[in-house]
Design a protein around this ligand. Sequence first.
Ligand code: ATP
Ligand code: MG
Length: 197
Amino acid sequence: MVESKRVIIVGIPGVGKTTIVSKVVDILKEKKISVSVFIFGTVMFDEAKKTKGIQSRDDLRKLTVREQKDLQSMAAKKIASITDEAVIVDTHAFISTKEGFYPGLPHNVLEILMPDSFIMITARPEEIYNRRMKDSTRNRDIVSIDAIKKELDVTSAMLSTCSILCGSPIKMVLNTEGKIDEAAKGIVSAMGFNNGT
Ligand code: ATP
Ligand code: MG
């Protein structure tokens, strides 16, 4: 059996992770590569609905850190059991909580997921700001452009530590306005699925 390629894709809310990942899946399926995608927050939310009675995915970050920690471990175990050729995890390097920036990928979660590589999606802060403002399907926190710059910095700081802990590389992918295909191709290539097929 072929070993799974496990990739963790991180980026701040509204940067475009889920949009790009769905394009990556289209490309991989065309290449007949079996792929599964887990939006980490959705896996946590499915569990939280059953056990904590919360109604919205965007309420997850309002749970206590302890509760979020337990939900993270449960989600990681579920994802680790999947053996497709490509396993993609769409998540945040940190979550803004009352207590401060809480890691989306604490050590115990990384040990369970054992990713081969990390991808950080970035974009111009002004574009991220506009994407958050325009997307009425979600209930994102609206913050200033300066605060978005800070979030990008915290993401790369958190991700460096993840890379060192796992010994797995980080690739930065820029999600330029209107250029989703380009960003998606960059990810497929970083995953090593661009040759031949
Ligand atoms: P979250 O972490 O909150 O789930 P996300 O990183 O998954 O956010 P998306 O939901 O994929 O972000 O994208 C946010 C919004 O930005 C969506 O409305 C999406 O259509 C738009 N968007 C994403 N990438 C681009 C792009 N390259 N050009 C234009 N619009 C984009
Ligand atoms: Mg998303």
